[in-house]
Design a protein around this ligand. Structure first.
Ligand code: SF4
Length: 363
């Protein structure tokens, strides 16, 4: 049975509470499967379609991206102070991580230890949300809806489980969910709009730009600026944006000079790693396997550079219009820390949201 049939069956049998999480990139690409113009923002219609399909709750993975930003930001500041394991590799792209594990396994210690937004959201649904709602976690079936087939592999990695429980039970790509909706005769053109469900509902602009190249770094730097130079609280890091497969930026935050590389495409990543002197000069490397970042993911509708640019502009537009644009300012993230995680990097956060990166060759 393939993953689409499996999810269809779980929705039909109604034995579990079936919960969906939607990655940021899909809100600007799912419409292409239903004849909408490229780059059309369809967040609410997409949530409405999933509700019509029988998903009881629909959460926004971008809220988890906000949490990842806070955890990653604290880890980055600590590494910067101790001058250890730099450059930090961002950790949300399992495609890039698998590439490094297989081709450059000596570098796995540069990975940020925070799980990806998909795994973070799965963990929060089965612990924080389950506890608040008084639902046994084994009753919940989490379906991730992602731009990426590699997320299927990521969700099955043993170090992503906690106490033997998978945080994500099934992963559907953009193309998979379009097939499922069409099988159920649900057309995005005719569905009622709906909001994400509460507790994990409202993401900041920073959480939503995780879907584009440069977005993860920009989200991280917004947080770092707010933390280290609260009098400035810089939001716009326009130098991080762009199309080139490898971009290098130097900037200064609170007197600390930072050199950041943004790479998309595995060949570009490989070239940067092979240039040892260059590699050692960076403090952060944002790595995305797909062109343009997740908006150009392998599970997305087929794209050209022009299509990817329209999707990028659409996610950037969402960010520019959000009232909250820094992850740590998100009231839902503040509440999550206050009532559950306590502090960034706390024991609970480490247990649920961080992982030791396993190197297939060394372990
Ligand atoms: S960049 Fe590509 S491989 Fe990496 S997480 Fe995004 S869609 Fe998946």
């Amino acid at each position: 049975m393939d993953e689409i049939e499996r999810v269809h069956e779980v929705l039909e049998y109604k034995e579990k509470i079936v919960v969906a999480q939607i990655a940021p990139a899909l809100r600007v690409s799912i419409g292409e499967e239903f004849g909408f113009p490229v780059g059309k923002i369809l967040t609410k219609k997409f949530v409405g379609a999933l509700k019509q399909a029988g998903f009881q709750k629909v959460f926004d993975t971008s809220v988890a991206a906000d949490v990842v930003t806070v955890e990653e930001g604290i880890e980055f500041i600590s590494r910067l102070e101790k001058k250890e394991n730099l450059p930090l590799f961002t950790s949300c792209c399992p495609g890039s991580m698998a590439f490094i594990e297989n081709k450059h396994s000596e570098l796995v210690y540069h990975f940020c230890t925070v799980k990806s937004p998909q795994q973070t959201m799965g963990a929060l649904i089965k612990t924080y949300y389950a506890k608040k709602m008084n639902i046994p976690q084994e009753k919940i079936f989490v379906v991730s809806i992602m731009p990426c087939a590699v997320k299927k592999f990521e969700s099955r990695r043993p170090e992503m489980d906690f106490n033997g429980i998978h945080h994500v039970d099934a992963v559907l790509t953009t193309k998979d969910i379009a097939v499922l909706l069409k099988n159920l005769k649900i057309d995005l053109n005719n569905v009622k709009e709906n909001d994400f469900d509460s507790l994990l509902e409202n993401a900041s602009g920073a959480g939503q730009i995780f879907g584009v190249t440069g977005g993860v770094s920009e989200s991280l730097l917004r947080f770092v600026s707010h933390k280290l130079e609260p009098e400035k609280k810089k939001i716009e890091f326009k130098k991080l944006r762009g199309k080139e497969g490898r971009r290098e930026i130097e900037l200064s935050i609170a007197g600390k000079k930072l050199k950041i590389a943004i790479v998309h495409g595995l060949q570009n990543l490989n070239n940067l790693i092979l240039d040892k002197n260059e590699f050692d000069s960076f403090q952060v490397i944002e790595m995305m396997a797909c062109p343009g970042g997740c908006i150009g993911g392998g599970g997305q509708p087929v794209s050209t550079p022009e299509i990817r640019e329209k999707r990028i502009q659409a996610l950037r537009k969402i960010d520019s219009k959000e009232k909250v644009r820094v992850s740590s300012d998100n009231p839902e993230v503040k509440e999550l820390y206050k009532s559950f995680l306590k502090n960034p990097g706390s024991e609970t956060a480490k247990e649920l949201l961080h992982t030791r990166r396993i190197c297939f060759k060394c372990d």
